[in-house]
Design a binder for this molecule. Structure first.
Ligand code: AR6
Length: 171
């Protein structure tokens, strides 16, 4: 597996699947979620509504897969991070689960290349350094990685890019 780091808009990245930092409703929102739905078009929202109808809301740490609509990716894997400012000691575990569950869906769907945003580090206010450590640690230790060719961490902001660069250098 090749690990890559890019400072970019995830909707422009050419991979089999992009991961969305969604919310429990799965029906869109701001940040990267808003960008993916805007660019991917109504097909993604329709697919999310179908998921909602069959399984209900998506809990933090869980993931679901849909079409990527008009995006160049084939799939969007929607996962729900954890809001930092709410109680509970399981925030780190739930954020790690986002990466684990997304990779599991990727393997199950034959996805070879996947791009992750910096889940929970925007509107959900997870500390960036901690979130990056969890992301890199969880992904690089995932047993499903033997089935995946490339994982790209997409940083939108420079602060996250610098944090990831340091951590990946040390891996
Ligand atoms: N491409 C890549 N990364 C992006 C993009 C983009 N186009 N836009 C923002 N980011 P956030 P969260 C980065 O807030 O913290 C939504 O309303 C951003 O700089 O998108 O998990 C959902 O519906 C940040 O580093 O997601 C939920 O309600 C990272 O993506 C809530 O926000 C995550 O920021 C989820 O909050």
């Amino acid at each position: 597996m090749k690990l890559k780091l890019l400072q970019s808009d995830i909707t422009t990245v050419r991979v089999d699947a992009i991961v969305n930092a969604a919310n429990t409703s799965l029906l869109g929102g701001g940040g990267v979620d808003g960008a993916i739905h805007r660019k991917g078009g109504s097909e993604i929202l329709e697919a999310c509504r179908k998921v909602r109808a069959t399984q209900g809301k998506c809990n933090p740490g869980e993931a679901v897969i849909t079409t990527a609509g008009n995006l160049s990716a084939k799939y969007v894997i929607h996962t729900v991070g954890r809001v930092w400012n709410t109680g509970g000691k399981d925030k780190e575990r739930l954020l790690a689960n986002c990466y684990t569950k997304a990779l599991r869906l990727a393997v199950e769907n034959g996805i070879k290349t996947i791009a992750f945003p910096n889940i929970s580090t925007g509107i959900y206010k997870f500390p960036k350094e901690l979130a990056a450590k969890i992301a890199v640690d969880t992904v690089t230790n995932d047993p499903g990685l033997t089935h995946i060719k490339e994982v790209i961490f997409i940083c939108f902001d420079e602060e996250n890019y610098k944090i990831y660069a340091k951590i990946i250098e040390a891996v």
